[in-house]
Design a protein around this ligand. Structure first.
Ligand code: G3P
Length: 217
């Protein structure tokens, strides 16, 4: 399974990219605002230089023609991007046009299997079920990931599932088990996945034993 970072903070991406575990990045208007990005093109260009998979950049328009216009503008940058389109009827009209033009799309704000299925049918490159936000309202977010993975497998659908709205490492592991192709993970969650207290204790013990051996020479 691939791991994307769910952030627009370039320093965080720059710090974690050398670990070799970050395949891509997803942004959205909230994340760009949080990162204080004013030069969106410059920020996306720099992020694209740090990862190999398409970087998601989201449209603001709500009508298909507005979304298509924005998507064409982003794709004129000639960067490795996927255009994030909200899961609405208008959004899918845009996806249908853009997919025929070879523009990659990531249909976002997916909260049900039926929405994910329609987005894939419209030609989405990626679909993003929001696991955490579903769990927040007592639904099972992972169920949507599992069902979509099952359906896509049966019909040989190439759309890739990005488990999004990830809140903790167990969401990542369970998304992998449910068949998500990708999990897009906030920096804090990814950093916590590197650590285990027994690893720290183990390192400390090896070092102190080694030190003891040197001192006994
Ligand atoms: O990738 C979607 C993500 O940015 C939303 O996450 O934590 O706001 O539900 P969250």
């Amino acid at each position: 399974m691939q791991i994307f970072l769910d952030t627009a903070k370039i320093d965080e991406i720059r710090k974690l990219a050398p670990t070799g575990v970050v395949d891509g990045v997803t942004t959205n208007p909230s994340l760009l605002a949080k990162a204080g990005c004013k030069d969106i093109k410059g920020a996306i260009k720099e992020i694209c230089s740090l990862v190999k998979e398409p970087v998601s950049v989201e449209v603001i328009g709500t009508m298909a023609d507005q979304m298509i216009k924005e998507a064409r503008e982003y794709s004129s940058w000639k960067l490795n991007t996927a255009i994030k389109i909200p899961m609405t009827e208008e959004g899918l009209k845009a996806v249908s046009v853009l997919s025929k033009e070879g523009i990659k799309t990531n249909v976002t704000l997916i909260f049900s299997t039926s929405q994910g299925l329609l987005a894939a049918k419209a030609g989405a490159t990626f679909v993003s079920p929001f696991v955490g936000r579903l769990d927040d309202i007592s639904h099972n977010g992972l169920e949507v990931v599992r069902d979509l993975a099952h359906i896509f497998k049966i019909y040989g659908i190439n759309t890739r599932i990005i488990a999004a709205s990830i809140r903790h490492p167990i969401h990542v592991v369970e998304s992998a088990k449910a068949g998500a192709h990708i999990a897009t993970v906030p920096t804090k969650v990814l950093e916590s996945m590197f650590r285990h207290p027994l690893t720290d204790i183990g390192i400390e013990k090896f070092l102190s034993d080694w030190k003891g051996l040197q001192e006994s020479k």
